[in-house]
Design a protein around this ligand. Structure first.
Ligand code: MG
Length: 207
């Protein structure tokens, strides 16, 4: 079988005085999402979907809760690590689909911008990214944002495509190095370190 499916889910509570970021998009809103990182609930769900698709654990096993290096971190860093994992496993994304569940802000007017941003972060065409949103009717969860994500991967068979993917990874690594240096300057840490013997699953995710 040359295709694999991945699924991710996440939730974060709204918190006053925090910038709101969903799908890598900065959104004008009185409240943001509480979290150890930037609280980007959608990127966290997509990250878990990608990791799950290649059975590589979850976001909490790569970025342990409470690690000071990820305080207020840009969740695009987590997404890049997940992309590296699927590329190392020899897969690429066919398409992703997502559903946000939140009472406000309304996602409809910014869904197109969010789709473009997520597509950009994943090196996909916007037509390969689904962004949907629902309100949490009857769930008594108006102060929480939830995100669901599914991803379909396909095996890369053509070696030339693997080479071009390696170029993409290399470019991402260069970008990540810049981000890591910035994180280092702000937080006084050297670099991301993924433990060699990380646990396969860690459900205690406060990222
Ligand atoms: Mg999270």
């Amino acid at each position: 079988m040359n295709i694999r499916i991945g699924y991710g889910w996440d939730s974060h509570a709204f918190k006053p005085g925090v910038p709101l970021k969903i799908g890598g998009l900065a959104i004008e809103h009185p409240e943001g999402l509480a979290g150890h990182s930037d609280g980007d609930v959608l990127l966290h769900a997509i990250t878990d979907a990608l990791l799950g698709a290649v059975s590589a654990g979850d976001i909490g096993s790569f970025f342990p809760p409470g690690d000071p290096r990820w305080k207020n971190a840009d969740s695009a860093i987590f997404l890049n690590v997940a992309l590296e994992e699927i590329q190392n496993a020899g897969y690429r994304i066919v398409n992703i689909d997502t559903t946000l569940v939140l009472a406000s802000p309304k996602i409809g007017p910014i869904a197109s911008d969010m789709r473009d941003r997520v597509a950009d972060l994943l090196n996909l065409k916007p037509s390969d990214v689904g962004i949907k949103a629902k309100t949490p009717e009857g769930l008594n969860a108006d102060h929480v944002a939830q995100a669901h994500a599914v991803v379909l991967l396909e095996k890369v068979e053509d070696p030339s495509e693997l080479r071009s993917m390696a170029d993409v990874v290399e470019n991402q690594k260069q970008l990540e190095d810049v981000v890591k240096n910035l994180v280092s300057q702000v937080h006084g840490v050297e670099s991301r370190r993924i433990p060699l013997h990380r646990p396969p699953f860690d459900t205690e995710d406060i990222t």
